[in-house]
Every structure is written in C-alpha cells, then in structure tokens.
Design a protein around this ligand. Sequence first.
Ligand SMILES: [Zn+2]
Length: 236
Amino acid sequence: MSIKRTLHTLGDGLATLFFPRLCLNCQSSVAAGQQPQLCIPCSNDLALTDHWLLPENAVTDKFVGRLPITFGAALLSFSVGTVCQQLIHALKYYHRPEVGVQLGQQLGTLIKDHPALQDLNGIVPVPIHPKRRHERGYNQAEKIAEGMAMVLRKPVYPDALKRVVFKGSQTKRTRYERVENTQESFGLGKGDFANQHLLIVDDVLTTGATVDFCGNVLLKGHEGLRLGVATLAIAE
Ligand SMILES: [Zn+2]
C-alpha cells in the first residue's frame, strides 16, 4: 500500500471515529465503502427501474411529440417518503455532492453497453440558476454527469446550455408566470455540436418540461444533433 493510500485510509478511519458514517436514510451506522452511504436494508429498498432495456419506457413516454430522443433512462423510481427521495434531498439540500457522482457512476455502468449509446459524443448537464449554484456550491446535474463520464469516458459539456437571466421587470407578471419564467429560461451556450450525439442529464424527471425545453434549444442550435436523456430518478 502506498503512503498516500495508507494516510487516506488512516484519515478515513479517524473520520469514522469522530464522525461515524450514518445511513443517509435511517441514520443507522454504515460500513465504509457503501456508496451511496446507505445501510444494507435501505440500499435494498431503492427501486431500480431497469426500464432502459426497453425502447419505449416511462422516460421516452414523457417526450413523445415534444422532443425527439434516441434513448431515455432513469436509474430510480422516485416517490415521496422513499429512500430515493432521501438521496435526492441529500444531493440537493444537504451538501452531499458525492451522492450525485456515485449514482451517476451506477447509472453509467448500467447503460454503458446500450446499443443506442455506442456513438455518444458527450454529456450535457441541465444548468441551474447561478444564485442556486452559489447557495449549493455545485450543480447537482453536473455531479451526476461527472459520475457518468467516469464510466462512459465521454466529455461533460457544462457550458453547452446557459440560464438566461430575465432582464425586464417581473413585477407585472403573476407569480405563476414568474416561476415558469425562472424555470424555463435556457439559452444556447458554448460549443459546436453539429451532427453529434449528446446525453442530457438531470436529477429528477417530473413533467419533463425542463429537459424538453433544454433539448429543443440544443436541437435548434446544432444541425444534425441527436439527443438522449438520462436522469437519476423519475417521479411516479
Ligand atoms: Zn438505512
């Protein structure tokens, strides 16, 4: 074992002594090496979808008639009160960026050999608002993309899309319109992706409106571009 590795292991041991590793769902203690940090029963409670093996599934269904996609997959099934929800909350609200990386690696491993992804050129995480990014310290979709990229060995393009900051006055808008406006203001970012095949990555797919909007921005901006969609979870 190298000195660096030994120190790292020693550091892990000390960290565990002072800050025991607790399950992100039920707070019982967790053995080192469990990724994401869940105890065995909670880990077994995670509902994997397995649906990416089907050409038509819950993810592709969301985009029929809205966004043409080559591939659609979500790793987990999301509903309120599940272990999946706790993991997403840890990633988004409790500063656990590693959860995104770890689950991204799992998703990447599962879809790596899918025939539809063999000509993939890169991964595009859905951007978050700069203010949110500042508060959180990272974009959770970028963390997921990072984990996937380790396995798929493709570049991540975090600047392919950008949040468009609304310049006009919002005071005359209704609250609903303002929310819509902040949620769906995406513009074309940097890079030339003509005739490429990219995978859009986000955390949870609910209505699909955000990915739909982002995907159409990319398709309009790059001739011959093809898009797949992969998320950590899909809301049931
Ligand atoms: Zn647990």
